[in-house]
Design a protein around this ligand. Structure first.
Ligand code: C2O
Ligand code: CU
Ligand code: CU
Length: 481
């Protein structure tokens, strides 16, 4: 390249930087829609349970009234919104006959599971309206709380927002031997914010595309203003942040501590007492909450506390759901001091390290409006961005040092471990000590993860789980060879 060309290239880069900076400044001024709190009194819905070894359901649209609002929802199966909780034992084979009764193409992605590439809901592997597909693969994941949702290119955010999501729970004899609270004391809770007054239409304007589509109403399991009656017992709650963009800093209104027992990829080594858990979209945490010392009729709230680190959200605290003590029983549950072993992947095994700049923004992109690139690139299904070897260990770093937005980074088809975080919060959080598939990088943070790539070969995606960001192209490919 001669000097003149270099000069032109330099100026182009400068211009692009300036353009993105103006946009970044705009972006810093945008904040998330505030949550509106009502009194919490609607009985919490619990999704029906289906065994995933032999299940069938369709994606369909419904006109329903939820919390007094007439909504057009999407659901998997017979419910008004969301889908059944699929359960399976580790080692068993999943068999799901899926039918697309929507008027648009869709697919299913098994978030957190090790899945053959052709079954993982790659963004361009679509099931057209009216067609069917049968999902079939063996479950190798540890016992834990996973989930499933659609993943079509540029339509994941709208379909998930309108109601397509469900829990996927893996169990095993080893887990059952721990005697954790079960049955009605084992409660999955998916937390999502919606714009109920707008009929659940997904109609993001440019600001929403930039920071995410936020709702003013918090729904748990599809129930607005939720309340759950509880006994003076220990409950196992499985928290899933199923929101498009909102982060929750879970805490209890009476300041009570609770025990963190699981993360994205299942149970931790040992329970850890915490007073808050911060989950970004896609992340899960399992907790034990003991209501044993509370008097009858008392009410405590699961809340989201304020948090620092993001300009667009975190400045508001709000109630998420209410627990009301309605029955006094003896709580003699004691959690075992060790849960399920986690083998640390040693950094010395790593054969490659890759760094991704996620802190940059482009004002104009081919996906319309603001683009959030990864290393300057946005999603292209025809490209192989990263090629890795099955069975090999690598260290990946997500660098949001220069960023102004929060990015929960997620890899498909595997679980990883968080190695370190520098800048911002500066350390690994308690809920990041186990297996993970999604990790949050605040502006100013650099997060490193260690990955052992599974045997499933083929092309997978990794992306920001702010669904507006990923739909705008904040998603790249990695191919396992
Ligand atoms: Cu829940 Cu591609 O992700
Ligand atoms: Cu996923
Ligand atoms: Cu993002």
């Amino acid at each position: 390249m001669n000097k003149l060309k270099l000069h032109v290239v330099f100026n182009l880069i400068l211009a692009a930087t300036l353009l993105s900076c103006t946009k970044m400044n705009d972006c810093c001024l945008i904040s998330a829609r505030l949550v509106i709190e009502n009194s919490l009194s609607s009985p919490l819905a619990i999704p029906m349970v289906m065994n995933a070894t032999n299940a069938s359901f369709a994606a369909k649209s419904n006109i329903v009234t939820i919390g007094g609002n007439k909504l057009k929802t999407l659901s998997y199966g017979s419910g008004e919104i969301l889908g059944p909780t699929l359960t399976i034992n580790q080692g068993e084979e999943l068999n799901i006959a899926f039918e697309n009764q929507l008027t648009e193409a869709t697919n299913i992605h098994w978030h957190g599971l090790e899945v053959p590439a052709a079954q993982d809901g790659y963004p361009t592997d679509l099931i057209q309206a009216g067609n069917s597909f049968s999902y079939n693969f063996r479950i190798t994941n540890r016992p834990g709380t996973y989930w499933y949702h659609p993943h079509p290119e540029m339509a994941t955010a709208s379909q998930a927002y309108q109601g397509l999501a469900g829990f996927f729970i893996v169990t095993s004899p080893e887990e059952r031997a721990l005697n954790l609270p079960g049955g009605i004391y084992d409660v999955p809770l998916v937390i999502q914010d919606k714009r109920l007054a707008e009929g659940l239409n997904y109609n993001p304007i440019s600001d929403d595309r930039s920071i995410g589509f936020f709702g003013e109403s918090i729904l748990v399991n599809g129930t607005p203003n939720p309340m759950m009656e509880v006994e003076t017992q220990t409950y196992r709650l499985r928290l899933l942040n199923g929101s498009n963009a909102r982060i929750y800093n879970f805490t209890l209104s009476n300041g009570m501590k609770f025990k963190l027992i699981g993360s994205d990829g299942g149970l931790l080594d040992a329970p850890e007492e915490v007073s808050n858990i911060l989950l970004s979209p896609g992340e899960r945490a399992e907790v034990l909450i003991g209501f044993g010392n509370l008097p009858i009729d008392s009410e405590i709230f699961l809340e989201s506390a304020t948090f620092a680190g993001s300009v667009s959200q975190g400045s508001q605290s709000f109630k998420i759901m209410k627990f009301k003590i309605t029955k006094v029983v003896d709580d003699n549950f004691i959690v075992k001091p060790s849960l399920m072993q986690i083998q640390k992947i040693s950094e010395s095994l790593s054969v490659a390290s890759r760094k991704f700049n996620i802190g940059h923004m482009m004002a104009h992109g081919n996906h319309g409006g603001v683009n959030h690139p990864i290393d300057g690139k946005t999603f292209n299904p025809g490209r192989r961005d990263e090629v890795v070897k099955s069975g090999s260990v690598e260290v990946w770093e997500f660098d949001n040092t220069t960023g102004t937005e929060v990015h929960p980074m997620h890899l498909h088809g595997l679980q990883f471990q968080v190695l370190k975080r520098t800048g911002g919060r500066g350390q690994i959080q308690p809920w990041e000590k186990g297996w993970k598939d999604t990790v949050l990088a605040f502006p100013g943070e650099k997060v490193s993860i260690i990955i052992r790539f599974p045997q499933n070969k083929g092309k997978f995606v990794f992306h920001c789980h702010n669904l507006e960001h990923s739909d705008a192209g904040m998603m790249l490919n990695f191919e396992i060879q």
